[in-house]
Design a protein around this ligand. Structure first.
Ligand SMILES: Cc1cc2nc3c(=O)[nH]c(=O)nc-3n(C[C@H](O)[C@H](O)[C@H](O)COP(=O)(O)OP(=O)(O)OC[C@H]3O[C@@H](n4cnc5c(N)ncnc54)[C@H](O)[C@@H]3O)c2cc1C
Length: 378
């Protein structure tokens, strides 16, 4: 049976970013690494956006916005997100960029196969694909197991679910310099529903109809809303260039409890998705760095995760939204109408001090959050 030092089960964002950090660390020349994915990772299966104040992945960033907008039925506000810029990276560009780096290393292999099982025994791990088995010292798993979050009740599970259309319109209706984070002017129907608009030119944009809720909608329900939003923008003719859809888990479930000495769950499968927003990209860039640094000093993956105050804030947020799913518009409007946008983004990046946290938290509706707080503490 072929043996490797590290096997990555799943080779999406978290695995590629971790391997990239390993390459940058120059500490893996003596390690054999196998990446396994059922997909070849050669198509643009998603578009990532994130706010950032550095030159992270500058060479593959396809669009940057200095201005962002927030709207609901009553107001529309330009958000000053200084010192950040909102950035876009196409999935396929990141895959190509990292696979190109990987190709320079003869100790890293890629296998396009479906993983059917992995386990740990006597200080070694066994990974099974449909026709073969491999042993290794460490498994980095990013294959998400949806039943983990649903088979328990302690940590409610919401989904950030959406369908997005990248369109080219006849009319020049978009401000290519401003991305719309959240437009809550769409009907809420008892949920948290908003439109997310990423214009790349005056007549091209990605429009995503997004919900933070328990249950998915029918495909036509998302698409009808996108169509009526396009009409509302004054567009009479357009072409759909690309479509994307997603369903991102929003939960504070402690996925890391499933880590063992030699198996770590990474990416969404490891709880690296920010529960309150579904944003994962930025977290993955940070966690993959931390994981590679951790490996230099320790080898027991059960010691990797550290819970912080932001996990508890997110827990309250998810509790509030799970109990009263229609409150999302009010919560986000409260934050963005009066709060400093740059500070809110810093808070969501989990980089604020306690004093800054309080400034942000005080913008949220008090009663539901107090109830959630007492519910969790007592
Ligand atoms: C359409 C879409 C848009 C998103 N946009 C954003 C965004 O703008 N900003 C943001 O921060 N986050 C975004 N996210 C959330 C998050 O960043 C992504 O889901 C991200 O790809 C998660 O990384 P991951 O490594 O955990 O999972 P993935 O990147 O999904 O990687 C998991 C890999 O496992 C493979 N796999 C699954 N099952 C098997 C199996 N049995 N055998 C072998 N391989 C398997 C899959 O093919 C996949 O390549 C988006 C998600 C989606 C779906």
């Amino acid at each position: 049976m072929q043996h490797y030092n590290y096997i990555f089960t799943g080779t999406g964002l978290a695995a590629l970013m971790t391997v990239y950090e390993m390459i940058l660390s120059h500490k893996i020349e003596d390690k054999t690494i196998l990446l396994i994915d059922s997909d070849a990772k050669k198509t643009n299966d998603r578009t990532w956006c994130f706010w950032d104040e550095t030159s992270l992945f500058e060479e593959i960033t396809s669009k940057k916005w200095k201005n962002t907008l927030f709207a609901n039925q009553n107001f529309k506000k330009n958000l000053n997100i200084d010192p950040y810029q909102y950035k876009m990276i196409h999935g396929v560009d990141l895959y190509e960029f990292i696979f190109n780096e990987i190709s320079k290393h003869q100790n890293i292999y890629f296998l396009q196969k479906k993983v059917i099982d992995f386990s740990e025994f006597e200080n070694q791990c066994l990974v099974k694909t449909e026709h073969n088995s491999y042993t290794c010292n460490k498994v980095f798993n990013s294959i998400y197991n949806p039943s983990i979050g649903t088979l328990q009740k302690k940590y409610p599970l919401l989904q950030q679910h959406f369908i997005g259309w990248f369109i080219k319109s006849k009319e020049s209706v978009f401000d290519e310099n401003a991305a719309t984070f959240m437009d809550f002017s769409v009907k809420q129907d008892g949920n948290t529903r908003f439109m997310y608009v990423l214009p790349t030119s005056k007549n091209e944009a990605l429009l995503e109809y997004t919900l933070f809720s328990k249950d998915l909608l029918s495909k036509s329900a998302y698409e009808n809303e996108i169509e009526s939003y396009i009409k509302k923008l004054g567009i009479t003719e357009y072409e759909i260039i690309e479509k994307e859809q997603g369903n991102i888990p929003m939960t504070c479930y402690p996925f890391w409890k499933h880590n063992s000495k030699n198996i770590i769950h990474i990416g969404s499968a490891g709880g690296w998705t920010k529960a309150s927003t579904g944003f994962t990209f930025k977290n993955v860039t940070k966690k993959s760095k931390q994981l590679v640094a951790f490996l230099e000093i320790d080898s027991d993956f059960t010691k990797f995760h550290k819970k912080n105050k932001f996990w508890f804030y997110d827990l309250l947020f998810i509790d509030v939204l799970y109990k009263n799913n229609a409150i999302g518009s009010k919560v986000f409007s409260g934050l963005f109408e009066k709060g400093k946008s740059g500070l809110i983004l810093k808070f969501l990046d989990e980089e604020t001090s306690l004093f800054e946290d309080i400034k942000v938290i005080l913008k949220c509706p008090k009663i539901p959050f107090m109830k959630a707080f007492f519910g969790r503490v007592f």
